[in-house]
Design a protein around this ligand. Structure first.
Ligand SMILES: O=P(O)(O)OC[C@H]1O[C@H](OP(=O)(O)OP(=O)(O)O)[C@H](O)[C@@H]1O
Ligand SMILES: Nc1ncnc2[nH]cnc12
Length: 190
């Protein structure tokens, strides 16, 4: 006989998720408190809860999930499958084989360039962006610019963890993304 395991509530899922993300001081450089999601990914229950909560955050009729290299691939791809949407990778330079658009930006520990195939998303498509961490907002702002260049519509952003003390919303507002709907499963205030 199998015993039914009661489903966790969303609040319980989010507490589980928060408990499985660890803080690594001074990585990758002095002064940065790195939020390591590998224990979360390594937990069957935790990873399941993460995907369930990100999927629940999505508005209806998403055509495409965009995930940013590399951790955005891990959390974005299963969300795309669950939503019945396609998955489009935003990659670091020199990785995508066909014609690309590129945007450069600064992040908490350095600067980076992101690229997308120029034909990756049909104009007018409804896009959900999924990533693990929203920190300064630089990666998200660059990704939003790439989606805009393709003529697609960024309808929602879902991240596992927001580092509110880095004030990503201020940077996103400066980038014209103040009205963009964002769900963070876990928010770190300080
Ligand atoms: O809001 P921001 O300040 O831009 O930072 C958030 C980004 O930083 C991390 O990616 P990273 O560039 O370190 O790449 P990785 O996923 O390959 O580790 C993280 O996965 C986010 O994409
Ligand atoms: N503190 C941090 N931890 C994990 N990923 C990050 N991306 C940018 N800042 C980060």
């Amino acid at each position: 006989m199998t015993t039914a395991v009661p489903a966790r509530t969303s609040a319980e899922n989010r507490r589980l998720i928060a408990s499985l993300i660890r803080d690594i001081p001074d990585f990758p450089q002095q002064g940065v408190g790195f939020k390591d999601i590998t224990p979360l990914l390594g937990s069957a229950e935790g990873f399941r809860a993460t995907v369930d909560e990100l999927v629940a955050a999505a508005p209806p009729a998403i055509d495409v999930v965009v995930g940013m290299e590399a951790r955005g691939f891990i959390v974005g791809a299963p969300v795309a499958v669950a939503l019945g949407a396609g998955f489009v990778p935003v990659r670091k330079p020199g990785k995508l084989p066909a014609a690309t658009y590129e945007v450069s930006y600064d992040l908490e520990y350095g600067s980076e360039t992101l690229t997308i195939h120029t034909d990756a998303i049909k104009p007018g498509s409804r896009v959900l962006v999924v990533d693990d961490v929203l920190a300064t907002g630089g990666t998200l702002a660059a990704t939003a610019e790439l989606i805009r260049r393709l003529g697609a519509e960024l309808v929602h952003v879902a991240v596992v963890m927001e580092l509110a003390f880095l004030e990503p919303h201020r940077r996103l507002a400066e980038a014209g993304l103040g009205e963009t709907a964002i769900t963070a499963l876990v928010t770190v205030e300080g």
